[in-house]
Structures are given as structure tokens and as C-alpha cells.
Design a binder for this molecule. Structure first.
Ligand SMILES: Nc1ncnc2c1ncn2[C@@H]1O[C@H](COP(=O)(O)OP(=O)(O)OP(=O)(O)O)[C@@H](O)[C@H]1O
Ligand SMILES: [Mg+2]
Length: 376
């Protein structure tokens, strides 16, 4: 359903229909096979029960003729055995259903019992962020069977330092953030916040201390007020509105038919990409964690709106350790330090001015974005 736009854009509805038909036909065929199999067993049971009933009846008649049974015994034996045969048949039918249900339960349970990949160790403590220093020590990581994203990454972020991460698409910027949030487990090395390894603290306390504005924020199909309040569940309405104002979301929210009470649609489809980003920024402002991460958080905003939000973001970044990922270099050029990533390795680091003087990777990226013109 989420890819319906792609199917329409490429006029591939017929293709998708055939694709689904293929799977549906397979399902129908297997379903028919099952039903036929069960039907055969039922017929088998029915025929044998019938045979047994007729057999018992004939045999009793035969015994009665031989004077081996009295009329009373005859009635008793035949009615009892017919009763037993019928019940036995009912029981065997239940058995058939029983195994069908076992199959269904097996299917369901096998989905439910998959272990959580990342679990808190029993000795894990709450993360205490006093300064906000982040350290990646010899980190090695790859997704499942993929190639290594990081081989031996060393990176230090000083307390309350504001750094910008740049690098080509696919160089591992978002992965670095995912590792910091412990959404994936690293294979080598350690990641520490204020000297505490993130694998030894509870995941809730870790994520409580990091506010993240993701590349493509998705919202709940709830009111705008509730969506912003998600950053701090006990925030008052006034606090929510103040955060929305800082994120420049207040104006467009007031233009919605029901203001802050408007529903945003599944995943937030009723808002534009930039509006969703501003809601995500307001959320992070409310959350007010000591560590702030922005992964292309302003990429869907026009330069004008981005400029307007900048003040709100500046306020938000005050006294925090901040990591900003951006392809638009003007977004990060004013930060304390810029780290250039290539293929999971840090290839250059320094302030905007130093990197421009170095005339290497960052210089090339910058001059390309400035259209060949270098405002030195
Ligand atoms: N969930 C995943 N499973 C497997 N491989 C992944 C997954 N996410 C990313 N990768 C791979 O990891 C590498 C780094 O991806 P990452 O998303 O960190 O790049 P990025 O620097 O954030 O790029 P962009 O600027 O386009 O956002 C890529 O080669 C990608 O194919
Ligand atoms: Mg990314």
C-alpha cells in the first residue's frame, strides 16, 4: 500500500496485479490441496464407520438367529455400539481439526518467539550524562551479511561540541547515528558516552538522553498537539505551543482546520515533508536532551524557512553535544567542527575555514555547491 504511488507513476498496476495473482494462485492451490486431503480422510472415516455399523448390525442379527443373544441383549449391543462408533467418528474428526489448529498456532508462535536482537543486560545501569562527551573506539560494524560499513572507526566528540557530518551518500553517516542510539549492535570496539559504554546502560535511559530528528520523520495519526507532546509526555499545552513557535510550526498549525487538534493522517500524510520536519523539530525542542542529533533534519525545508528556524535550532543546540548531518553544507558550516566521511572512515576534520584552506575533500564539496565559486 505504501508503494501505491510508485505503481501509479510507472503505470504498473497490471504488473502488480499479476505479481499478486501469482502468489494468490499459489495460496489457493495449496488451500485446495489441504481441503481435498481432509475431505479424503473424512470420507475414509465415514466409510469405515458405516462399514462397522452395518457389520455390527448384521453380526448381531446373525448371533440372535443362532440364539446366542436374547432380544434384550441385541437391542443393548446394537444401540451401544452404534453410539460408540458415532462418538469415535466425531473424535477422529476433532483430531483432524486439532492438527489443523496446531499448524496455525505453529505459524503464529514462530513469529512471536523471535528473540529481541538487542536486550538490556541484567546489570545495566541508567546512563548519567553529565558532560555529553561521545567516543567511538575501534568500532567495527556491518549490517547482517553486508560488507563492513565501519572497519576501525575512532571518533571523539568533546562535551558540548557541535559537529557537522558530511560525506557521500552511503558513506555511513546515518549508520553512525543508528549505532550511537544502539539500534544495532556493534561487532567490535565500544561506544561510550561520558565514559559509560552504551552496551552497559539501559536502552531507555540511552534514548532518553538523545534527541534525534530523523531524515524522514513519521507522525502518529493523532492530533498535532499529541504528536509534539510525544517529546515530553507531561508537557503543558503552553509548553507545546512555545516549542512549536520555536520550530516555526505554530503558523501553519493555526491554519489547519482544527489547529492543534487536527489529525495528521497515517504517518503524517496530510502534512508536507517540511511541515513534518518542523513537527519533529518541535518534538526535539520539548524533549530537551543533553545530546542532539539531526540527520538531514532540515533537508525538506526551503532555504528561507531553514534560515528562520536556524534561530530556534541555535537555542536548542545551546549547551548540548550536537551532531548534524547535512548535504547542504551551508547548514553546518558555522558549527564548531566538521567531519568528512568517506567509506566509513574519517578522511578530514576541522573547522569550516581550516578545511577550506586544506583544499581537499571538503573544499571540493563546498566549491561544487557554491557553483564553482568560492566565497573565501
Ligand atoms: N538496514 C540496512 N541493512 C543493510 N545495509 C544497510 C542498511 N542501512 C544502510 N545500509 C548500508 O550501509 C551503508 C551506509 O548507509 P547509510 O544509510 O549510513 O549512509 P548515509 O551516509 O546516511 O547516506 P545518505 O547520505 O544517503 O543518507 C550503505 O552502503 C547502505 O547500503
Ligand atoms: Mg543517511
Amino acid at each position: 500500500m505504501t508503494n501505491i504511488l510508485s505503481s501509479k507513476l510507472f503505470a504498473r498496476l497490471k504488473y502488480e496485479e499479476d505479481y499478486l495473482d501469482h502468489h494468490l494462485n499459489f495460496e489457493v492451490k495449496k488451500g485446495q490441496e489441504t481441503l481435498w486431503f481432509m475431505e479424503k480422510i473424512r470420507w475414509f472415516q465415514f466409510s469405515f464407520a458405516l462399514l462397522l455399523q452395518v457389520g455390527v448390525l448384521l453380526f448381531s442379527v446373525y448371533l440372535w438367529e443362532q440364539k446366542a443373544l436374547t432380544i434384550g441383549q441385541f437391542t443393548m449391543v446394537t444401540s451401544l455400539s452404534l453410539l460408540i462408533i458415532n462418538d469415535a467418528r466425531g473424535l477422529s474428526r476433532r483430531f483432524l481439526e486439532f492438527f489443523e489448529y496446531i499448524g496455525n498456532i505453529n505459524d503464529g508462535v514462530s513469529i512471536m518467539i523471535v528473540d529481541h536482537e538487542i536486550i538490556d543486560s541484567p546489570h545495566s545501569k541508567e546512563l548519567q550524562v553529565t558532560q555529553g562527551a561521545i567516543q567511538f573506539k575501534n568500532v567495527g560494524f556491518k549490517y547482517n551479511d553486508g560488507k563492513h560499513v565501519f572497519k576501525n572507526l575512532n571518533l571523539q566528540i568533546a562535551p558540548r561540541e557541535r559537529i557537522g557530518l558530511v560525506g557521500f551518500s552511503g558513506s555511513g553517516k546515518s549508520t553512525l547515528i543508528n549505532l550511537l542510539l544502539r539500534l544495532y549492535e556493534i561487532q567490535n570496539g565500544s561506544i561510550e558516552i561520558d565514559g559509560q559504554s552504551i552496551s552497559e546502560v539501559t536502552q531507555d535511559s540511552l534514548r532518553d538522553n538523545i534527541a534525534m530528528i530523523p531524515q524522514d520523520p513519521s507522525l502518529f495519526h493523532r492530533s498535532l498537539l499529541e504528536n509534539i507532546r510525544y517529546g515530553k509526555i507531561d508537557a503543558t499545552d503552553d509548553e507545546v505551543i512555545a516549542a512549536a513557535k520555536l520550530a516555526h510550526a505554530h503558523d501553519f498549525i493555526c491554519e489547519q482546520p482544527e489547529g492543534y487538534a487536527s489529525l495528521v493522517g497515517e504517518r503524517g500524510v496530510k502534512l508536507s515533508g517540511g511541515q513534518r520536519q518542523r513537527i519533529a523539530i518541535a518534538r526535539a525542542i520539548l524533549k530537551n536532551s543533553p545530546i542532539l542529533v539531526l540527520d538531514e533534519a532540515t533537508s525538506s525545508l526551503d532555504s528561507h524557512t531553514e534560515y528562520e528556524i536556524q534561530q530556534g535550532l541555535e537555542n536548542l543546540m545551546k549547551d548540548k553535544t550536537v551532531v548534524v548531518i547535512a548535504h547542504r553544507l551551508s547548514t553546518i558550516s558555522h558549527l564548531d567542527r566538521i567531519i568528512v566521511f568517506n567509506d566509513g572512515e574519517v578522511v578530514e576534520t576541522g573547522s569550516h575555514d581550516t578545511l577550506l584552506q586544506n583544499q581537499k575533500h571538503y573544499y571540493h564539496l563546498w566549491s561544487m555547491q557554491a557553483g564553482g565559486f568560492l566565497p573565501l
